[in-house]
Design a protein around this ligand. Structure first.
Ligand code: MF3
Ligand code: CO
Ligand code: CO
Length: 256
């Protein structure tokens, strides 16, 4: 067994800052706010708490977080777009502290959202948590994909194929890829000390996506709604640790 205690200590600190950033955003997001204003709030909170926003300057990205609205699947770029009643949005925060990355995202509902959107959001959160709960050494990456895919397809939703979870520690993205679809007992075996994200993107329609001309914004091809949650996780001797849990209990909307 390699000693991963120090690595986990740093992952915990980075993960906690990312989670607290989303907690802070939860208390500030409301109809009339722009995604640029949310970006600024996130940038400042992370900086003021001893970290740096990983997306900023990452592969030419110019903002501090991702704001993916309605049919945007992921990597939505903050802009002057104002949030309106009925919008659903994923906000994805990655904080670097002591060279380690905490990567997490949650869905937010602006005012009252349609039932179909709420069902999609609930299924996406449940699928992520079902996959997390099976984690321990010797489980395989395909088992993770199986849990997510079987849960959401049963409800008529689909799993995005073109983006996946990823190893994360001193690098933002590193091996292994964590697919959100798959078959039991396939893929690579998990072992103590591994750290990675699970971040299923689930569409209410078909799974196909396309990337817009800005080179980042991924949208559903059929314009259907998309939802996503993300946690950064570590594998322990007999289970797992979630590094990006909300201390305030802001797990999924409604955040009362
Ligand atoms: N946080 C995203 C992820 O979950 C990656 C965003 S890359 C960016 O992997 F440059 F768009 F910010
Ligand atoms: Co990620
Ligand atoms: Co992320």
């Amino acid at each position: 067994m390699n000693n991963y205690k120090e690595k986990f200590e740093k992952m915990r600190t980075a993960g906690d800052l990312a989670a607290r950033t989303l907690d802070m955003i939860t208390e500030n997001i409301k109809p009339g706010i722009s995604t640029d204003e949310i970006d600024k709030l996130g940038y400042e909170f992370i900086r003021d708490n001893g970290g740096f926003s990983a997306p900023l300057f990452y592969r030419g990205y110019k903002k501090s977080l991702c704001t993916s609205l309605n049919h945007v699947v992921c990597h939505g770029i903050p802009s002057d777009r104002i949030l309106n009643e009925g919008d659903i949005i994923n906000i994805d925060v990655t904080a670097i502290v002591n060279e380690h990355h905490g990567d997490t995202s949650r869905m937010f509902c602006i005012g009252k959202s349609p039932i179909k959107a709420n069902n999609l959001i609930n299924a996406t959160y449940e699928a992520m948590m079902k996959a997390i709960k099976i984690l321990k050494p010797n489980v395989k990456t395909g088992d993770i994909g199986y849990e997510i895919q079987s849960h959401v397809e049963e409800k008529g939703f689909s799993v995005v194929r073109d983006f996946c979870g990823h190893g994360v520690s001193t690098k933002f993205h590193e091996p292994p890829n964590i697919l959100h679809y798959g078959k039991k007992n396939t893929g690579i075996e998990l072992s103590p000390g591994m750290t990675f994200t699970i971040e299923p993107m689930i569409n209410s329609g078909k799974y196909e996506v396309k990337v817009l001309a800005d080179g980042w914004t991924a949208v559903t091809k059929d314009k259907s709604l998309s939802a996503q949650f993300e946690h950064t996780i570590g594998i322990t001797e007999n289970g797992y640790e979630i590094f990006t849990e909300s201390v305030k209990g802001y797990h999924k909307p409604p955040y009362l």
